[in-house]
Design a protein. Structure first.
Length: 353
């Protein structure tokens, strides 16, 4: 009975951003396939399906059994944006199936599901923030997780782009929608990163609040790079949208340059947090938000070099994939250890009870 109560407590406290685990596993799988690690990519695909199904079971259970807590999280400035990981996770699983299994119909289904969740979530979250009477100071209310607004939007652009060439009757509509999502995602990034940069520069930065979600500062422009590279490649062969290719290409390269610029800064901040200020490393769901940008940078650099013929950049993913796989493996080990600890703790509680 105690173990059941502990599980209920875990579901009640489930972080809204836990679908970042699906995002991270999915993009590392795709990046591995890009560099020729096909077996690893397929294993991660089916492992990700298990993650995705389990998290949906937990989420639906939480909605049914803890509806008030679920709704309160929507209005929380730190937790509410985490619900957007559901959108990105759904679309990245869709991209996995399209790339690795050529399952285009399933890709369409996941695209529609992701779009529906995006429409509900992005307006519900930001509307609740706007009308809330008691609002936190900027240093307490905003962090890298807010850029999930960009990540979720670009995940729709990417999946749409991957589907466009396989549904030619609807290609124009799909491309138009995907390009609009690309531009909207970039616009959201500019707005939100300005606030985050202001907070980092002009407000006191406590090491406890410098969470791994700051890696999304890089991941959001990395996924924008991937979306732009995919759409630029498709639009080259479309007589209606080929006129947008120069603009999309320039925007894509700018996003990649920005993503590259962020990497040393975030590394310095992580060294300052853990080595200089002595914050111990321990598993947290937030670390999936670090794995995702590393996998995304690998994938987007591969696609950038292919789409624009930048052969000198093609070697970067061959090395970066090992960083992404190592980060994923260490975070996964942390997850397994936390699960084992949960069950061992429950057994001890049962035996003493």
């Amino acid at each position: 009975m105690t173990r059941q109560n502990n599980l209920i407590s875990v579901i009640e406290d489930l972080p809204p951003a836990y679908f970042a685990m699906v995002m991270a596993t999915g993009i590392v799988s795709i990046a591995a396939d890009f560099v020729g690690f096909h077996l690893i990519s397929v294993v991660l695909l089916w492992l990700n399906v298990a993650f995705y199904v389990c998290l949906w079971i937990f989420t639906i259970t939480r909605i049914i059994c803890h509806r008030d807590r679920f709704i309160r999280d929507f209005q929380n400035f730190n937790r509410g944006v985490g619900y957007l990981t559901t959108v990105a996770g759904t679309c990245i699983v869709g991209s996995q199936f399209v790339i690795l299994e050529r399952a285009y119909q399933l890709g369409v289904a996941l695209f529609c599901l992701g779009l529906g969740i995006w429409l509900i979530t992005i307006y519900a979250v930001f509307s609740s923030f706007m009308v809330k009477r008691a609002k936190p100071l900027i240093q307490d209310g905003i962090n890298g997780a807010w850029l999930l607004a960009t990540v979720s939007t670009q995940s729709l652009a990417i999946l749409g782009g991957r589907l466009a060439n396989h549904f030619l009757d609807y290609q124009g509509i799909i491309l138009f929608f995907s390009i609009c999502m690309l531009l909207l995602g970039c616009a959201l990034y500019i707005v939100i990163i300005t606030l985050i940069f202001y907070r980092l520069i002009f407000k006191e930065l406590a090491p406890e609040k410098l969470s791994p979600t700051n890696w999304i500062n890089m991941g959001a422009v990395a996924i924008s790079t991937l979306a732009g590279a995919i759409l630029a490649e498709i639009c080259k062969d479309n007589v209606i949208f080929d006129k947008f290719v120069p603009f999309i290409s320039g925007l894509t390269l700018m996003c990649w340059a920005m993503a590259t610029w962020w990497i040393p800064i975030i590394l310095v901040l992580m060294i300052w947090r853990h080595i200089v200020r002595g914050i111990k490393l321990s598993y947290s769901p937030e670390y999936w938000s670090m794995v995702f940008p590393l996998g995304m940078y690998t994938a987007c650099t591969t696609k950038l070099s292919q789409a624009f013929g930048l052969s000198f950049a093609s070697g970067i993913p061959d090395y970066f994939i090992y960083i992404a796989l190592t980060a994923w493996s260490l975070t996964f080990i942390g997850l397994i250890r936390s699960i084992c600890y949960f069950f061992l703790n429950s057994l001890k509680t049962d035996s003493t009870g």
